[in-house]
Design a protein around this ligand. Structure first.
Ligand SMILES: Cc1cc2nc3c(=O)[nH]c(=O)nc-3n(C[C@H](O)[C@H](O)[C@H](O)COP(=O)(O)O)c2cc1C
Length: 349
């Protein structure tokens, strides 16, 4: 209850200040503790990593990996820290984070504000708990060689993370999403393949996080390259640059990536298209508008082995996590699924 009161108080502040305070509190061990173990039915795995439940925290919430312990006590099955760039950077001018409460949405144009690899690695070394931790890597805005930024990031985070995500889908670093184009993606994945081969036996899963704003050709190209370069999975999706007609909030015209409820349909559609191409060949993680058990289960049925959320946590507070897990267990049981795994891709076949 205290945690909910805290979350309600935080919602009265400007969104970025609220976020900074919440992270600090979590880092100091003042966050909520969800002590009940996950229902056994919810066990799953992503690229061979066993998860107690399929609900992950999406990247961007803990960019510097400063609150991993506090976050893992909230009940998540896994946590993705970052995006981290090689060098520290300020990000865009404030305000750069907007709550679209009426729309159940968020718009952000943070621009990879983070303390750089040095701070990230110090934190991850210090604060690693038993939780499954992913490291999401990106490129500096002013980098002369973005491919090299990813190669450096990959090599540095690899020893400390359970998996690594290559984020080529943030709309807030100009030109970054161009790395999803066939030629550029080929170059990037080939370079990462070279770095990866150095890790041989100890190689961790490598995921690519993509945008929801992709046409059929781009989907085909990404699926083909992901297979050719031996990626372990895709994270689908980042925020959208689209602005659905339905948006009502006064912030709907702000520049940046839109997330939350209005992203659910688009990101789930793209997930399903990838699942129809790739199911059984690599793991898919569904992100975008997960806010309750129904939306989480829809992603699983579309082909996701696990899901992640961000906006719903910011809008609803941490009580959402245990409630969602209980309800997901009940829904699976009601629909006759003995395990979560049985439901994965039920709509994609
Ligand atoms: C404020 C904010 C910052 C974000 N920062 C990152 C980031 O650094 N790296 C990344 O891969 N995704 C980032 N995202 C995208 C989320 O990880 C997620 O893909 C997206 O918000 C859709 O999920 P949601 O609808 O549950 O929020 C950010 C999202 C928000 C709202």
């Amino acid at each position: 209850m205290l945690a909910d009161l805290g979350a309600a108080a935080l919602r009265l502040l400007d969104p970025e200040t609220a976020h900074t305070l919440a992270l600090r509190a979590l880092a100091m061990g003042m966050g909520p503790a969800h002590s009940a173990p996950s229902p056994p039915r919810l066990k799953t795995s992503i690229a061979g990593l066993a998860l107690a439940n399929p609900l992950g925290l999406a990247a961007g919430f803990d960019k510097n990996a400063q609150a991993l312990n506090g976050l893992s006590r909230m009940g998540f099955g896994f946590i993705e820290a970052g995006t981290v760039t090689p060098k520290a950077q300020e990000g865009n001018a404030r305000p750069r984070l907007f709550r679209l409460a009426e729309d159940g949405a968020v718009i952000n144009r943070m621009g990879f504000n983070n303390g750089g690899l040095h701070v990230f690695l110090d934190n991850i070394r210090l604060h690693r708990s038993g939780a499954i931790i992913g490291a999401n890597i990106g490129a500096n805005k002013d980098s002369k060689d973005r491919v090299e930024d990813y190669a450096v990031g990959y090599a540095r985070v690899h020893p400390w993370a359970d998996y690594v995500t290559v984020n080529v889908s943030s709309p807030n670093t100009p030109g970054l999403r161009g790395l999803q184009d066939k030629g550029a993606l080929e170059t990037l994945l080939a370079r990462l393949g070279g770095v990866r081969s150095g890790f041989a036996g100890a190689r961790k899963p490598l995921f690519l996080k993509i945008a929801p704003d992709l046409d059929g050709t781009a989907i085909d190209d990404i699926a083909t390259l992901a297979l050719a370069h031996g990626l372990d999975g895709l994270i689908i999706s980042n925020t959208t640059i689209a602005r659905p007609e339905s948006l009502a909030s006064r912030y709907k015209g702000e520049t940046g990536g839109l997330s939350g409820d209005p992203l659910f349909g688009l990101s789930t559609k793209i997930l399903l298209l990838f699942a129809q191409r790739l199911m059984g060949q690599m793991c898919l993680i569904g992100v975008g508008g997960v806010r309750d058990a129904a939306t989480a289960l829809a992603k699983v049925k579309a082909g996701a082995s696990a899901v992640q959320l961000y906006s719903a946590l910011a809008l609803q507070g941490p009580a959402l996590i245990p409630a969602l897990l209980q309800e997901l267990d009940a829904r699976l049981a009601a629909e006759g699924f003995a395990t979560l795994d049985e439901a994965i891709g039920a709509d994609a076949r």
